[in-house]
Design a protein around this ligand. Structure first.
Ligand code: BG6
Length: 482
């Protein structure tokens, strides 16, 4: 690993994302020794005029970690690494001051042989990305003769449609090279999303089966059992497709559907993901169902006549040799009956079935991303006993049972460590982002123009019945207990 001083600058330090995700992830890393105090300094930057201690007090309550034997002592030590600088997002003054503070730290901490590393984490709304990037480029780049780097981390939403995303990409692209830009999609930091490559390409079982000859359909599902409370303003501008499907679920789709990469090099993996995205056919109106939960518009920040979907089922079709004819059913919803994210690969029926067992359900391979990570296969076995009858059972790899003493890292913790190490495998490349927007932009424009309506559904339900009908029409057979 690289040594020398590392400055981590969290812009938008007093905001929600920083408090709830960025600082806690940094704290997990600190507890595990990845942020050695003799090398690392953390800077919070935001407009609010507060002192170092005020920022520390705001964050303290969020610093809980099961990676530490004495979390509260560690939290106090960690907080001492944080310094706060206040300034605006588009004026030189604040950034000049920030640069001065970083340089002070670099001079005090840097050993002769070390390099200077500057990691800027933009926990900010995308409207200020261009100006913040300009300011960083102008005033805050690493200038050390000893080498090192400057990297920036950006969060979604990267734009609202193809044009705005491309515009944003060009603005940032003029200031930073692609290897310096880390576009976070936190689903790529989840344990079982990272496991997809291994499952698919390190197991003989799956190699011959993973195609249109054997697979009937694939469902990628995200459900939340709470609404948009407190985020209505943001959400109403974006909706569930931009919030979840175009990024998180589509990234999962890429990993399920892509061809084997030449190697595990990040560029090889991302090349294959882009190919899948480019093979997706335009979405048909009749293959999308939108919903909005009743009560969503009661939020004072949501307009009374909002048509923004809080639920969507969309069928994607991949036009290539492996997947022609296999629907990928992407489904996401807020205020549903449970909180769950999973991938269900449903196999075709056994030809010439002599057991008449098809009614009990198909073979299914399920990867549950959360909660309670698990991988299981539904298969038909003989019902134990004297009779020759069949029953559907499971081969079950439940992480909680199998890996009892292993702590599964948080997505942000893993991804921030990757940014420090310079590994871009689990980040979205510019061409990938473009291809993802290309798929959804026409549909999003039709929704924005009011050409497609959201169907009301009851909070705590499965979403609109029309969505289940669409999945069934696409070939999905609902199995027992789901
Ligand atoms: C975020 C969305 O990206 O992901 C939220 O903006 C959503 O609306 C969240 O709640 C879900 O993340 P996770 O990791 O809890 O599934």
């Amino acid at each position: 690993p690289e040594t020398g001083c590392l400055s981590i600058i969290v812009l938008g330090a007093s905001g929600d994302l920083a408090k709830k995700k960025t600082f806690p992830a940094l704290f997990h890393l600190y507890c595990q020794g990845f942020l050695p105090p003799d090398e690392v300094h953390i800077f919070g930057y935001a407009r609010t005029k507060i002192s170092d201690d005020e920022l520390r007090n705001r964050i303290r309550g969020y610093l809980v970690s099961n990676r530490s034997a004495s979390p509260s002592e560690d939290a106090s030590k960690f907080l001492q690494l944080i310094k706060y600088v206040s300034g605006s997002y588009d004026a030189a003054e604040g950034f000049q001051l920030l640069d001065k503070e970083i340089a002070k730290h670099e001079i005090s901490k840097n050993s002769q042989e070390g390099s200077c590393r500057r990691l800027f984490y933009l926990a900010l709304p995308p409207s200020v990305y261009p100006s913040v990037c300009r300011m960083i480029r102008k005033y805050c780049m690493n200038k050390s003769d000893l080498g090192g780097w400057t990297r920036i981390v950006v969060e979604k939403p990267f734009g609202k449609d193809l044009d705005s995303a491309e515009q944003l990409s060009s603005q940032i692209g003029e200031l930073f090279d692609e290897p310096q830009i880390y576009r976070i999609d936190h689903y790529l930091g989840k344990e079982l999303v990272q496991n997809l490559l291994v499952l698919r390409f390190a197991n003989r079982f799956f190699l011959p089966l993973w195609n249109r000859d054997n697979i009937d359909n694939v469902q990628i599902v995200f459900r939340e059992d709470f609404g948009t409370e407190g985020r209505g303003g943001y959400f109403d501008e974006y909706g569930i497709i931009r919030d979840i499907i175009q990024n998180h679920l589509l990234q999962v789709l890429c990993l399920v559907a892509m061809e084997k990469p030449v190697s595990l090099k990040p560029e090889h993996i991302r090349d294959e993901k882009v190919k899948v995205l480019r093979s997706v056919l335009p979405i048909k109106d009749e293959e999308a169902v939108l919903g909005q939960y009743e009560g969503y518009r009661d939020d004072p920040t949501v307009p009374d006549h909002s048509n923004t979907p809080t639920f969507a089922t969309v069928i994607l079709r991949i036009h290539n040799e492996r997947w022609e004819g296999v629907p990928f059913i992407l489904k996401a919803g807020k205020a549903l009956n449970s909180r769950k994210a999973e991938i269900r690969v449903q196999f075709k029926e056994v030809p010439g079935d002599i057991f008449k067992c098809q009614k009990q359900g198909r073979n299914e391979f399920v990867i549950r991303l959360q909660p309670s990570e698990a991988i299981y296969m539904k298969l038909t076995v003989k019902q134990p006993g004297l009779e020759m009858s069949t029953v559907q059972s499971e081969l079950d790899l439940s992480y909680r049972q199998r890996y009892q003493n292993v702590i599964i890292p948080e997505a942000y913790e893993r991804l921030i460590l990757d940014t420090i190490r310079g590994d871009q495998q689990h980040f979205v490349r510019r061409d990938e982002l473009k291809a993802a927007w290309q798929i959804f932009t026409p549909l999003l424009h039709r929704i924005d123009n009011g050409e497609m309506k959201s169907i009301p559904y009851k909070p705590g339900s499965r979403g609109p019945a029309e969505a289940d009908e669409l999945s069934a029409k696409a070939g999905y057979v609902q199995t027992h207990g789901y």
